[in-house]
Design a binder for this molecule. Structure first.
Ligand code: PLP
Length: 419
């Protein structure tokens, strides 16, 4: 077993995966490997790349901003990129999300959401501290976000540090009422601060999909019982489900929403947590103990904000929705090739996200089939990284029909050779 590099990679078992693929460049839907070959990025580099790698408009904005202001403490200071971005966000997110709190990853945006919710009830003087979550959710890998996510092999050693939450079952098709009833029962107990949910698609939990109708029903229960509704749109945001945000399908405005990943189009780390005036106002006081005590050193980094501003301009200046529509159709046709293939089950799609399960006995995240397929796809110059026995594709919106063919041809080949 070699230990040839000092770098410890994320979600990587180095004893199994010994050689990292060295990447030297990126353009559009492709990454360039050190050997000069191109790798099709079929998972948008962990779901962040929307308009393609190194989009010239975003890269230009980054360069321009880097020459002006690289970083400034955001407590007591502000800058134009943050102000412009906040205004753009107010214009494109659901009405009634009136305030923007910056952070730098999806996980921290969720941590901020949980703290806002607890702070709100605390300052109101109400004893509401319980969080309700959906079974199989993933909200990040920090202690707080693991607490509100699914417990399993990922977080077993850290369980003593995680706080208790109440859980409702995932609303699988035909079973939605059980979720709705359980949420109603828990909210009626009166001690619930918030319900946090990934709208329409549970990403890392296995690309599990549920209907907008159910999302709406869950939201209405929260409204009825005055439970704060937190939408974690870290993965589903920025067009992934077909609309800009998944909550639009259910025509709901969350009390708190988390956005990251595609916010900068995949160029730099940045996240925001947006909230209603009600929540902000409860923290607004000459009583300094009501200050929202949260920051990170790089909160609202000007270069990252400038990248996000430029990225959102692309939505206005290029036919992004047309690309998304086309991608949705291409993904549907790709999946349809496997509809009678019993090596795959649960073939499913929400917007640009396409997924299916590999029909193996050994399922779950540690299933051997995932790494074997990953290696196979790598040999075909395709970046496709299954989640256990769930295979999914979620490429940047600039992919072509040829690219999509490459993805589904490789899946067909992998099925013939490995399954
Ligand atoms: N929330 C959701 C729904 C996610 O899918 C992810 C990451 O995949 C996160 C939160 C955490 O985001 P990050 O990895 O940027 O911390």
């Amino acid at each position: 077993m070699s230990k040839s590099s000092p770098i410890w990679h994320p979600f990587t078992q180095h004893a199994v995966l010994q050689e990292m693929t060295k990447i030297t460049g990126g353009s559009g839907a492709y990454l360039t490997k050190a050997d000069g070959e191109k790798l099709l990025d079929a998972i948008a580099s962990w779901w962040v790349v929307t308009h393609g790698h190194c989009h010239p408009h975003v890269i230009g904005a980054i360069k321009e901003q880097a020459d002006k202001l690289d970083q400034v403490i955001f407590a007591g200071h502000t800058h134009e990129p943050a102000e412009r971005l906040a205004q753009q966000l107010l214009n494109c997110t659901p009405d009634d999300l009136d305030y923007v709190f910056f952070s730098d990853s999806g996980s921290t945006s969720v941590e901020v959401a949980l703290k806002m919710a607890l702070g709100y009830w605390h300052h109101l003087g109400e004893n509401r501290q319980r969080i309700i979550v959906l079974e199989n959710s993933y909200h990040g890998d920090t202690i707080g976000t693991m607490s509100v996510g699914e417990r399993g092999v990922f977080n077993q050693p850290y369980n003593p540090l995680l706080f208790d939450v109440a859980k409702v079952p995932f609303p699988s098709a035909g079973n939605e009422q059980a979720t709705i009833d359980e949420l109603e029962k828990l909210c009626a107990q009166g001690d619930v601060a918030a319900f946090i949910v990934e709208p329409l698609v549970l990403g890392a939990g296995g690309m599990l999909m549920y209907s907008a109708e159910t999302l709406r029903a869950l939201y209405e229960i929260c409204k009825k019982h005055n439970t704060l509704f937190i939408a974690d749109e870290v993965m589903t945001g920025w067009g992934r489900t077909g609309k800009l945000f998944a909550c639009e399908y259910a025509q709901i405005t969350p009390d708190i929403a988390c956005y990251s990943k595609g916010l900068t189009g995949g160029s730099l780390p940045l996240a925001v947590t947006m909230c209603s005036s009600e929540i902000y106002d409860e923290h607004y006081s000459t009583d300094r103990s009501k200050t929202f005590f949260h920051s990170s050193s790089y909160t609202a980094n000007p270069i990252a904000c400038a990248a996000a501003v430029a990225n959102l301009e692309i939505w206005e200046n290029e036919p992004v929705y047309e690309r998304i529509e086309k991608l949705i159709e291409m993904q549907a046709a790709g999946l349809a090739r496997f509809k009678d293939d019993d090596r795959f089950t649960n073939i499913r799609q929400t917007g640009t996200i396409a997924a299916m399960d590999i029909n193996v006995k050994d399922h779950g995240y540690l299933s051997d089939v995932g790494p074997r397929l990953y290696e196979f796809f790598k040999s075909k110059n395709l970046l496709l990284r299954p989640l256990g026995n769930t295979l999914y594709s979620m490429p940047p919106y600039c992919v072509t029909q040829e690219d999509i063919n490459q993805i589904y041809d490789a899946i067909a080949e992998a099925a013939d050779e490995l399954l």
